[in-house]
Design a protein around this ligand. Structure first.
Ligand SMILES: NC(=O)c1ccc[n+]([C@@H]2O[C@H](COP(=O)([O-])OP(=O)(O)OC[C@H]3O[C@@H](n4cnc5c(N)ncnc54)[C@H](O)[C@@H]3O)[C@@H](O)[C@H]2O)c1
Length: 250
């Protein structure tokens, strides 16, 4: 198979949250390969530094807990100072820890939204002035097909992902006049190291494959390539959408 190169992504400044591992690392790698000036933050410095080393140091990384709004805003500002105005934002961080709804305390619920929803809004509003001044930009908010399917024991995560879909739509309307596009990107089951470690059993995979149209595993790069398209000028009239990449599961 051969995949696209997007001339519009060359030298574009991209900021990715949770970029050190999983699908986030694929966003970082794929944007970097397109010649974009790629910045990412993550909670885990070792993973971030390891990815930086793989890229020959030619990206921008900072350790940052995105649940700390001031730290996230500061990191976006620093990346903008170092690389130029951020005109692509990939809101990727999430935590899909399972819990029964009845066992979730009000504090747990708040913590869930603090990691799965709040940083999406904080980062989007932090990049807005840079994108507006630059004449436009693209925000891709990573959602999930679980917002459409509503599986049990994921109340906080699913509620946050549903909110991300709606938030993407309202920001798209509010900021379209500034040529800022805002889309949600909803993966199906993507085979990351964490999924391999925690959830991927032969039975679970066979059950998934019965329900999908396409019978190949969805890999992080399949999601990243869709994000490249949504960030590039090739998708210049796509905004306010939820793009589903799930092999035909939903
Ligand atoms: N893997 C899947 O099957 C799947 C399916 C649907 C949607 N998604 C979505 O794709 C995105 C990426 O998922 P993934 O599977 O790669 O996740 P992951 O858990 O493997 O990776 C998440 C990354 O975010 C970082 N992170 C976590 N909390 C953070 C915080 N507070 N501050 C900064 N960094 C933090 C982690 O260190 C890690 O590098 C998420 O939005 C997830 O909801 C994934």
């Amino acid at each position: 198979m051969a995949f696209a190169t997007y001339p519009s992504l060359k030298d574009r400044v991209v900021f990715i949250t949770g970029g050190a591992s999983g699908i986030g690392a694929s966003f970082v790698t794929e944007f970097h390969a397109q010649g974009a000036k790629t910045a990412f933050v993550d909670l885990k410095p070792e993973d971030g530094e390891a990815l930086m080393a793989k890229l020959g140091g030619k990206a921008w990384f900072k350790t940052c807990d995105v649940t700390d709004a001031a730290a996230l805003q500061a990191a976006i500002g620093e990346a903008g100072q170092a690389l130029g105005p951020v005109t692509v934002l990939i809101n990727n961080v999430a935590n899909d820890t399972r819990h029964k709804a009845t066992e979730l305390t009000p504090e747990d619920w708040r913590k869930n939204l603090a990691v799965n929803l709040d940083p999406v809004f904080i980062a989007a509003t932090a990049v807005y002035p840079m994108m507006k001044a630059a004449g436009g930009g693209a925000i891709v908010n990573i959602s999930s097909i679980n917002a459409l399917l509503g599986p049990a024991e994921l109340a906080g995560y699913v509620a946050a992902k549903g909110a991300i879909n709606s938030l993407s739509k309202t920001l798209a309307r509010e900021w379209g006049v500034d040529r800022i596009r805002v889309n949600a990107l909803s993966p199906g089951w993507v085979i990351t190291p964490r999924q391999l470690e925690l959830w991927l059993t032969p039975q679970a995979e066979a059950d998934w494959m019965k329900l999908t149209a396409l019978k190949d595993r969805i890999m992080p790069a399949d999601i990243a390539r869709t994000a490249l398209f949504l960030a590039s000028d090739d998708s210049k009239m796509i905004t306010g959408q939820n793009i589903v990449v799930d092999g035909g599961r939903t």
